[in-house]
Design a protein around this ligand. Sequence first.
Ligand code: NI
Length: 258
Amino acid sequence: MIDTHAHIYSEEFDTDRGLVIERAQKAGVKKIILPNIDSTSLQAMLLLERDYPEFCYAAIGLHPTSVDEKYEQELKIVESELQQREYIAVGEIGIDLYWDKSFVKEQIIAFQKQVELAIKYNIPVIIHVRDSLKETLKALIPYKDDNLKGIFHSFGGSIDEAKEIFTYGDFYLGINGIVTFKNSKLSEVVKSIGLERIVLETDSPYLTPAPYRGKRNESSYLTIIAQKIAEVLEISYEAVIEQTTKNAFYIFNLNRNR
Ligand code: NI
């Protein structure tokens, strides 16, 4: 299993990060992708990646909720990181109109600039969408023919929205603990889409699956998400793991020697 989205470098894990990773490995997690937030999270993320080579992989990007009047400075840091070393992806990037709409124009510019960086460096994108699918897809129109590859992380939309996303590039949906929530329609979407366009993620420390909802999330809970998807699709747990792992290897080019 690959946890394609976990912020386990964050301070929520400062006291027991090693144990969290041990539990993940025991549960069958083979690799964890670390999406960045902004320049303040960069150091902790890179240290974690350094401590767990071939297990933790850093992405670089400016998160939409960190876009403010200083976003150009932040984008320069993203660009300079990409010039200095190889990153697994550009992320997480996107548009978030749930928390704050005051920088929507800047969010769109930052998103598009970072999509352009992913194209330039030929790496995938990890996209965050919250109350903003229309705006996000509109921002992607200029890049429709650029063979963009990546993940719409924490997907929570409808079947039609999923299908629309797939017309904008080589995109996959990141499915997390939301699929276990009683009030969520995500399992219906998963049932309709199938495994071909899905990857597993926890979004740790957030979005903890039931029955641990409300507690801190961690990568070992990926098993709960995989189990739920297996139930929904009426297939084996192993089949879910096999296909979603294959998808993650493809998206992030994980077979390549680094
Ligand atoms: Ni995230």
